[in-house]
Design a protein around this ligand. Structure first.
Ligand code: FAS
Ligand code: PHB
Length: 393
């Protein structure tokens, strides 16, 4: 049976970055990824990297293309009731900012580095069981190239996303999942048209929420709130652009249109599983927590988890001490719950719940007015959005 020090289930951003950090620290690990490389690299997801994520990628020697091609953003714009207000990240956070650089590009960069170092994930290796997490020698069972295989290890890390298998190794009675499902979804589009804004625009409107993001100076990425269960094919390009126009309405501003090259509906939920460690199994990224994308935290939380975990596993490898591993779950959950609260607040302030009253809407407007009028309220939003340092929560 093969053996590795750390078996990592899942080759998304969490698994790929954890593996990169561990290999650079001299800790042997193996990534098992059920999909093929092309699938993992083209999966369209997040677009915003907070300061701590960029710092971590630079530290891992994985930010060369990000620094060359990523778009540095010093703020975002909020729009509501005909008002517009810009949140100035560096001014409100002592210099922190965000980068527009798609998750697909982060994944491509990490895989290329692994290939060059001879540490590439085992692709098309689907894990179907994680055993012995309460022993000193867990075993991961998986299928690869049509054959059943087993990998023994010192620790297993579940980086297998929101529907992964690693979590199932934890007895139901030993874990608790907190969850909220939102009564709306996002219809996301990618369009071959230069963005109509320099920075992201988050809009609250009587028609519902809309977000103008981007992927490059020539490609726009936009989202609009739709009812749960919406079929993206029921939305023609014209209907999408008309609805976005209505939601971004602001005197003197126009939304440029272009051919839509991709569209998909993504549901919105919040979820946290505690603890993030059980015996020799640790959970990181979406395997442990989900946030609605309004706060652009999902990918960034996955990165902060693995930065904390890589330090703990390396410490144990070098000294035999497990105190950082013992503190892993508590250390991460403080940051996770802060990000959950921020994502929940951004989501419920900006979206129009189908059943909300006129009173509810006035509360949302009062909250947005407060952010525009109070540097304290604006700073709280800026700190959460641009991200607080990983080891300071
Ligand atoms: P991932 O889900 O990215 O990776 C898990 C990996 O594990 C996958 O490659 C999967 O194939 C593999 N895997 C699963 N089961 C396995 C098994 N049994 N054996 C082997 N491998 C297995 N976040 C934002 O900040 N902004 C956004 O706009 C945004 N949009 C999103 C849209 C969608 C549709 C989704 C699903 C998520 C979105 N997110 C967004 C959140 C997203 O970016 C995640 O936070 C991020 O992918 C988390 O990374 P990982 O934890 O690595 O999980
Ligand atoms: C994106 O560009 O995909 C994006 C940006 C900000 C968000 C969510 C998604 O809050």
């Amino acid at each position: 049976m093969d053996h590795t020090t750390v078996a990592i289930v899942g080759g998304g951003p969490a698994g790929l970055l954890l593996s990169r950090l561990l290999h650079r620290a001299g800790t042997d690990c193996t990534v098992l990824e059920r999909r093929d490389r092309a699938y993992v690299e083209r999966r369209q997801r997040a677009g915003i990297l907070e300061q701590s994520t960029v710092d971590a990628l630079r530290e891992a020697g994985a930010a060369e293309r990000l620094d060359a091609e990523g778009l540095v953003h010093d703020g975002v714009e909020l729009r509501w009731s005909g008002r517009s207000h810009r949140i100035d990240f560096p001014a409100l956070t002592g210099g922190r900012r965000v980068w527009v650089y798609a998750q697909t590009e982060v994944v491509k960069d990490l895989i290329a580095l692994h290939q060059a170092a001879g540490t590439a994930p085992r692709f098309e290796a689907e894990v179907h069981a994680v055993e012995g997490i309460d022993t000193g020698r867990p075993i991961v069972r998986y299928t690869h190239q049509g054959r059943e295989r087993a990998l023994s290890c010192d620790y297993v890390v579940g980086c297998d996303g929101s529907h992964g298998v690693a979590l199932k190794a934890v007895p139901v009675g030993a874990r608790r999942t907190y969850e909220r499902v939102y009564p709306y979804s996002w219809l996301g589009i990618t369009a071959d048209v230069p963005p109509s804004c320099e920075e992201l625009v988050y809009a609250h409107s009587p028609h519902g929420f809309a977000l103008h993001s981007m992927r490059s100076p020539r490609v726009s990425r936009l989202y609009l709130q739709v009812p749960n269960g919406t079929d993206p094919e029921a939305w023609t390009d014209e209907r999408i652009w008309d609805e976005l126009d209505a939601r971004f309405t602001l005197d003197g501003w126009t939304l440029d249109r272009g051919p839509i090259t991709a569209k998909a509906v993504l549901p919105m939920r919040s979820s946290v599983t505690e603890p993030m460690r059980f015996g020799r199994l640790l959970l990181a990224g979406d395997a442990a927590h989900i946030v609605p994308p309004t706060g652009a935290k999902g990918l960034n939380l996955a990165v902060s988890d693995v930065v904390v975990l890589a330090r703990a596993l390396t410490h144990r490898q070098r000294t035999g001490g497990t105190e950082l591993l013992d503190a892993y779950s508590g250390t991460c959950l403080r940051r996770v719950w802060r990000a959950e609260h921020f994502s929940y607040t951004m989501t419920t302030t900006l979206h129009t719940d189908p059943g909300q009253s006129a009173f509810d809407t006035r509360l949302q407007i009062a909250q947005l007015d407060r952010v525009a009028d109070s540097p304290h309220a604006a700073a709280e939003l800026a700190l959460n959005y641009a991200g607080i340092p990983v080891f300071s929560t």
